[in-house]
Design a protein around this ligand. Structure first.
Ligand SMILES: [Fe+2]
Length: 310
C-alpha cells in the first residue's frame, strides 16, 4: 500500500513575531522539500483571505454544464476570464473574485514557500462549480481516473506543476483517490507508456513540434522529450483500465473550507466527488527546486538513461 501522503500544516502563521527569519526560511524550505517528494500539505482552515461574501456569491449562482466549459479559468498574466458565459454583472463579479483569489494565493505562497517566491510562472486559476461525481466527460478529460497532470499548451521543460486547492463547499468534502508515488508508477509503467520511444527517436520531437506548430502556433514549440512523455503518461494512465481498477488506492476527503497544496505532476490523483473548488496553479522551474532529485524529469531520466530536458 502507498504511504499516506497527507501532512497537516498548523504552524504557517508566525506566532507573535518571535520566529527569526532564518527559522522561517528553514521551515519554508522543509515544506518545499515535502511537497517535492510527493506529500500533500493540508490546511484545516483557509490560510488566505477569501471574503465570505465572495464565497456566498460563488455558491449562489446557477452554474450548469451549458454555461461552462470544463472549468471557469482565470489567466492572471493577461487578467483574462475564460470558460463561462452569462450576464455581464455575474461575469464581472466572478472575474474580480478570481483576480483577488489569485493575488491572495501568491501573497501567501511568497511567505509559506519562500524558496519559490518570485521564481515561479504564475499559471491559471480555476473555479470548479460542477459536481464531479457522475460527470460525463471524454476519457482523457475525465477527472475520476487516476492521472498525473501535464498541460498540452504549457510545456514545463522539467519544471513542476504546483496547485493550491480550496474546497468551497459548505457541507460536503471533496474526495480524491491517490495511489503509489511517481517513482513507483514510473518504474512500473513508463516503458509501456512509450518512454524509450520518446527518449530515443530523434525525429520524434521534430515531427511532433511540426504537427503541433501548425495547431498551436508558438505554444507547442517549447516541448522537451520530458513534456512529450508526461502528456503521453497522462493519457496512458487514464486509458489503462487494469491499472485504474486494480492499483492500490488511498481515499482522501478534503472537508469544507480546507485547503491543500500538491505537485500534481507527481502525485497521481482522481477526483471522485465534490462541488465548488477554487484552485491556482504555479509552474516551478527546475532551478528553483530544493529537491531536484525528486522531480519527475530526473526520475524518468534515471529510467531512460539519458537527458529528457534540453
Ligand atoms: Fe489532474
Amino acid at each position: 500500500m502507498p504511504n499516506l501522503p497527507w501532512i497537516l500544516v498548523e504552524d504557517y502563521k508566525s506566532p507573535g513575531g518571535w520566529v527569526r527569519p532564518e527559522q522561517h526560511n528553514a521551515r519554508a524550505r522543509a515544506y518545499c522539500e515535502l511537497l517535492e517528494s510527493g506529500q500533500i500539505l493540508f490546511f484545516r482552515e483557509l490560510p488566505l483571505q477569501l471574503p465570505p461574501d465572495d464565497r456566498t456569491f460563488l455558491l449562489a449562482q446557477e452554474w450548469s454544464e451549458l454555461r461552462l466549459h470544463k472549468n471557469v479559468s482565470y489567466r492572471p498574466s493577461e487578467d483574462l476570464l475564460r470558460g463561462v458565459s452569462g450576464d455581464g454583472r455575474t461575469i464581472g463579479r466572478l472575474h474580480s473574485i478570481l483576480r483577488n483569489y489569485s493575488s491572495q494565493v501568491v501573497e501567501f505562497l511568497a511567505k509559506f514557500l519562500q524558496p519559490y517566491a518570485g521564481r515561479w510562472v504564475l499559471d491559471f486559476a480555476s473555479f470548479r462549480p460542477i459536481e464531479e461525481d457522475g460527470r460525463d466527460l471524454p476519457l482523457h478529460k475525465r477527472n475520476d481516473l487516476l492521472h498525473v497532470d501535464a498541460f498540452p499548451s504549457r510545456p514545463t521543460r522539467g519544471g513542476r506543476i504546483l496547485r493550491v486547492f480550496t474546497n468551497l463547499n459548505p457541507s460536503k468534502p471533496r474526495v480524491w483517490h491517490t495511489t503509489e508515488n511517481f517513482a513507483s508508477l514510473a518504474r512500473k509503467y513508463a516503458e509501456a507508456a512509450g518512454l524509450r520511444q520518446i527518449a530515443e527517436d530523434d525525429s520524434f520531437i521534430g515531427r511532433t513540434v511540426q504537427n503541433l506548430g501548425s495547431k498551436l502556433g508558438f505554444r507547442g514549440m517549447g516541448r522537451t522529450r520530458y513534456d512529450m512523455f508526461m502528456l503521453r503518461f497522462h493519457d496512458y494512465l487514464k486509458e489503462n483500465s487494469d491499472f485504474q481498477a486494480n492499483c492500490p488506492k488511498v481515499r482522501l476527503e478534503f472537508p469544507p473550507l480546507s485547503t491543500w497544496i500538491v505537485f500534481t505532476d507527481s502525485v497521481a490523483h482522481a477526483v471522485m466527488s465534490g462541488q465548488y473548488a477554487i484552485e491556482q496553479t504555479l509552474l516551478i522551474p527546475p532551478q528553483a527546486l530544493v529537491a531536484p532529485q525528486s522531480a519527475p524529469y530526473r526520475i524518468l531520466e534515471g529510467i531512460a538513461g539519458q537527458a529528457l530536458v534540453s
